[in-house]
Design a protein around this ligand. Sequence first.
Ligand SMILES: *[C@@H]1O[C@H](CO)[C@@H](O)[C@H](O)[C@H]1NC(C)=O
Ligand SMILES: *[C@@H]1O[C@H](CO)[C@@H](O)[C@H](O)[C@H]1NC(C)=O
Ligand SMILES: *[C@@H]1O[C@H](CO)[C@@H](O)[C@H](O)[C@H]1NC(C)=O
Ligand SMILES: *[C@@H]1O[C@H](CO)[C@@H](O)[C@H](O)[C@H]1NC(C)=O
Length: 355
Amino acid sequence: MKLTDTTLFLGLFATNTLAQLGTPPSGCCATAAMLRFGCSKLVIERLDPLVNPGVVGTPHNHQIVGGNSFNASMDPAVMDPANESTCTSCTFSEDFSNYWTANLYFQARNGSFKRVPQMVNLGLKGNEGITVYYIPPYDGKTKVTAFKQGFRMLVGDAMLRQAEGQQKQLCHRCYSNIEQDPFGGAPCTGNDTSYLPLEKCEGGIRTTITFPTCWDGKNLDSPDHKSHVAYPTTGSFETTGPCPASHPIRLPQLMYEIMWDTREFNREEWEVGKQPFVYSMGDATGFGQHGDYIFGWKDDALQRAMDNRCTGDSCPNVLKTQSSDAAASCTLPQTLKEDIEGWIPTLPGGAPVVY
Ligand SMILES: *[C@@H]1O[C@H](CO)[C@@H](O)[C@H](O)[C@H]1NC(C)=O
Ligand SMILES: *[C@@H]1O[C@H](CO)[C@@H](O)[C@H](O)[C@H]1NC(C)=O
Ligand SMILES: *[C@@H]1O[C@H](CO)[C@@H](O)[C@H](O)[C@H]1NC(C)=O
Ligand SMILES: *[C@@H]1O[C@H](CO)[C@@H](O)[C@H](O)[C@H]1NC(C)=O
């Protein structure tokens, strides 16, 4: 079976997701709602306004997508991305949020590195980038509250090199073919691993990063960028599990998928017994993968999308969209110029590799 149709993909995704949650309550979930859309490459560079605000040349680089007001500081007291951006690399043209993750590199036997390009996901168009999901609770009844202006959060720990201490819902999937067949169920189920796959993945590697869905209702951020949000107390792919009393407000479930096109590197000679892919922070284990989010939807556009149970990458009469070409043409120059395409002797920022 070839999955080329977004509707079919979403149906399968939802079916698999619901299967993980057990039998849905009667009357529930005839159609699962979820925004699923592409955001093309905005810029690849060493900035991190969440973890290292104001720093130009952070220790590792990121793949950044979304609104073009992205910069090193992004102080929520003085800037709203929806006010400052003049374009976005995302399909929904009212979404000026910024989404970013580490980049993946291939390390050749001679020690040199080359960035692994990202492919566009099934059913979508664009130029590299991240597939973004916003998923309201499956029961269709639980009230979901969109993020507020100034909201930001982080999932994962860039310093981690072991399984112990890793947050939930950070996974890799190894595809044996480019059609993503077999589909393999909801993220972080089946053969998914929190570490980087150890074998050759002929159809590429998928990274999934799923954010917490419960909010304390007060803080737009916290010192660790994590403790103002929490995962539900139960549920594997958390869309309906109860929120803890400390974090009672239900948020949309934000998820990133990054499709790494490893195919050209599978043709290179690998060292025996060692997978050659390394995240930009020098992490060859994969346990350090992480995702950052700065909310930037215009006005109440995201709340409207959730209330109307918008699904896929268009929602006529509710959300404005732009063509994938227009989205891909929204780019930023690097603040700190660095080669991100050629073979390089060390990772940008020089992080040593931990295997
Ligand atoms: C980021 O953009 C905001 C809004 O335009 C601006 O006030 C701020 O100075 C910029 N910061 C940097 C580091 O460029
Ligand atoms: C965004 O723009 C609106 C309208 O001009 C203004 O009222 C608001 O203060 C701005 N927000 C920020 C954070 O700059
Ligand atoms: C290192 O190996 C890669 C892949 O085989 C090759 O393309 C590159 O030219 C080599 N670099 C050096 C400095 O030898
Ligand atoms: C897990 O891997 C096994 C062995 O390669 C394969 O037969 C099976 O279909 C995979 N399961 C899923 C859910 O992809």
